[in-house]
Design a protein around this ligand. Sequence first.
Ligand code: NDP
Length: 318
Amino acid sequence: MEAEHIKCLIIGSGPAGYTAAIYAARADLKPVMYTGMEPGGQLTTTTEVDNFPGYPEGIDGPTMMVQLQQQAERFGTEVRIGMATQVTLSTEVGGMHKVTIDNEKQLEASCIIISTGASAKYLGIPSEQKLRGGGVSACAVCDGFFYKNQKVAIVGGGDTAAEEATYLANICEHVTMLVRKDEMRASKAMQHRVNSRKNITVCYNTEVDEVLGEQVVEGLRMIDTQTKEKKDIEITGLFIAIGHKPNTDIFKNQLEMDDTGYLITAPKSTKTSKPGVFASGDVQDKDYRQAITAAGTGCMAALDAERYLVDVETAVEA
Ligand code: NDP
């Protein structure tokens, strides 16, 4: 079967992908977007988004993503449901990148914007999965405000958990932090911040045994990993901060990544290690991970892609 040719292929449909699409469509790059398995990305699992500029009353995540899609489509982006399952990226400037969609459809793209995002890791226990959206969240900055003056818990011992525990301590009455080992992985400075807060209790050698509650979180059963002793505490919110996994499996051995799988881009640009392949959003950012920063790099990726295509066309004409 002959491969369909696409000028600008966008893989992923979070704020980075849609912003790239808006800019690419307006620049007449005729972008085609494949949404991936979770159209709209991580924001579709969030409730209220209060920190995206321009929405003084806040907006719920799924509505915001529908609006971003409409805005991208208004300028001619073609949004298709489908998953990129295999890629063969060209090493030549002006070369065609080959992409397989859903293990069957073949595409070749002059340039690609990768905005496949990262997925928050969860513990994977049934009671946690049941209460996702009912008090279990993987983003304190997004959802912490809903637990103002309430008791919450956070799982994890890395920099994210320490930072989010401190953030929650500013809003909530009390924060219980569960660290599975006898020490935190977080930097000393972050640990100091946690330890200096009176309303954070750090429980070492402690894991979640069960999240309590039927419709919403009502409490937490913790287990001491050494003594196996269990203890219940009352909480209304549980934050999981045990890391993120960038969605980069299909790019392994083709694009430069750091040791945790995040795509590496050239400083102050979205260029990856292959010409004509750009990365934006959480797939290349493990530090900020906000909708607005993802949108910003989506814009950068479309501008970088436009410049790349102009350079290639100019070289062909010369
Ligand atoms: P990390 O991978 O650094 O830490 C994950 C934490 O979660 C570890 O404490 C780990 O425990 C724990 N964990 C993992 N799986 C489980 C589980 N199943 N049950 C209980 N606990 C679990 O991820 P982060 O998101 O914290 O950080 C990612 C990167 O981003 C790091 O490089 C970090 O330095 C950086 N970062 C920097 C910030 C800053 O400088 N301001 C802020 C936030 C992140 P264990 O230690 O036992 O493996």
